[in-house]
Design a protein around this ligand. Structure first.
Ligand code: DGY
Length: 433
């Protein structure tokens, strides 16, 4: 696997742009929040200054209220839609004066990324010094979430847009789209000039995506107004698991740094409430795993996806519950003719093995599942997830997502979306270490 490792380093170095990384040339030509964090984990293994710079640049784009945007538009680029002129982050009174961005966020990986970088580092003292300089910004970001996005004060934060979930066009949202009837917008897609349209969201789906942003813009991205008016308002198990994992990392790091008792106390309070509500509100006894909760329509969205298993990564389920989840995962997603782990329930009629988050395997979720399975002592299944990940990349290249059907790999290209995709490379490097 030495050659694969070298290629992964090349992918990362080629996507490095003087201070930050693009997820994928042309298709995603700016800095994305959760991509950036996961990319830093890869760099930490062979180029610590780049790992640190990646995070510094990301946190430099933080708003005055602690918010971190999902895309930071460092440059003008006509290969991406919707760009800065559509998103208009300047409408928010506390948005960054230095960078144009979107007015939505993404799964808050930064906390656990800092801890991963520390674990990887061969010079702990220097790395802890770097962390000390940056960590309060991450804490401030968590404070933003709990103060502005936990409308019931129950420990779970909402997302108001499917692009905030990271799992952009998941079939989970289909029922929410049915509650909306957005106008037919006129716009020019750019993604479908780089990637086959059959692998991307549809035009009508984009109408919904843009419509939610228009509503948020009408109210200058006010969190209060968004909570009141957005037709999309969801408590997402992946998003909240990532926040909980990051809370724990901040606690661990502040303990290492010392003299931060008040912050540690607050983090522990958030954590206790979050885990409790997570386990009651987001678990589906029938499916045997976690699901999304639609806050706007006050109901669970009862579908299995790779996000259903992400709580393993944050130590949220009890041992008994973890056992149930792992059995469900192996039965539905882990057959001999399947690569772990499809992003959506392969037994559902909404499953599509080629279309973005409607079925394909994603390396970032596999990386979280690998680590989650190790947490709970499922070493054999964890190894299967790791080997599956290495194997699909070996067969196809460093694609954005991959077909979960094992038999078709090797006969055709079963890697989809963008090629030379940064986090596929970054997390492969971490898995091989
Ligand atoms: C895209 O353009 O598809 C991105 O995932 C949005 O964040």
């Amino acid at each position: 696997n030495n050659a694969l490792y070298k290629t992964a380093q090349e992918v990362l170095n080629n996507n490095w742009k003087n201070g930050f990384s693009v997820p994928c040339a042309k298709l995603y030509p700016f800095q994305w929040f959760w991509d950036s964090g996961l990319i830093a984990i890869g760099f930490a293994h062979f180029d610590m200054p780049k790992a640190e710079q990646e995070i510094k640049t990301l946190l430099d784009a933080q708003w005055g209220n602690g918010f971190i945007p999902h895309i930071i538009f460092h440059t003008e680029s006509d290969t991406y839609f919707p760009g800065p002129d559509f998103h208009r982050s300047d409408l928010h009174p506390l948005s960054s004066k230095k960078y144009k961005s979107t007015g939505m966020t993404q799964p808050p990986v930064t906390g656990f990324v800092l801890e991963e970088i520390y674990k990887i580092s061969k010079n702990k003292q220097a790395t802890l010094k770097f962390i000390q300089e940056e960590i309060d910004k991450v804490y401030f970001n968590h404070e933003y979430f709990y103060n502005n996005r936990d409308v019931n004060n129950e420990g779970l934060v909402y997302i108001y847009h499917n692009w905030e979930s990271g799992t952009d066009n998941s079939p989970i949202w289909d029922d929410i789209w049915k509650t909306m009837n957005p106008p037919e917008y006129t716009f020019e897609r750019r993604d479908t000039t780089h990637v086959d349209a059959s692998e991307r969201p549809s035009k009508r789906e984009y109408d919904h995506y843009l419509h939610i942003i228009e509503i948020a813009k009408e109210h200058n991205y006010s969190d209060e107004k968004i909570a009141e008016l957005s037709p999309f308002l969801v408590q997402d198990p992946l998003f909240n698991a990532v926040l909980i994992k990051s809370n724990q990392s901040l606690i661990n790091l502040y303990e290492l740094i010392g003299n931060n008792d008040a912050k540690i106390k607050q983090l522990k309070q958030w954590q206790e409430k979050a885990i409790k509500t997570f386990n009651t509100k987001l678990f589906d006894e029938n499916l045997g795993a976690y699901v999304h909760y639609d806050l706007r329509n006050e109901k669970q969205l009862n579908f299995l996806s790779s996000s259903s298993f992400a709580p393993l990564f944050a130590n949220i389920p009890s041992k008994e519950r973890a056992e149930t989840m792992v059995n469900v995962m192996m039965e539905r997603f882990g057959g001999n003719n399947q690569y772990l782990c499809a992003s959506f329930d392969p037994t559902s009629e909404r499953f599509n093995p080629k279309k973005y988050w409607r079925g394909p395997v994603w390396v970032n979720l596999n990386w979280m599942l690998f680590n989650g399975l190790i947490n709970y002592g499922y070493n054999t299944i964890a190894t299967r997830v790791k080997n599956d990940t290495v194997s699909i990349i070996e067969h196809n290249g460093f694609y954005e997502y991959f077909d979960s059907r094992k038999d078709i790999h090797g006969t055709v290209n079963a890697g989809y979306g963008g090629n030379n995709f940064s986090w596929s490379a970054a997390l492969l490097i971490d898995l091989l270490n």
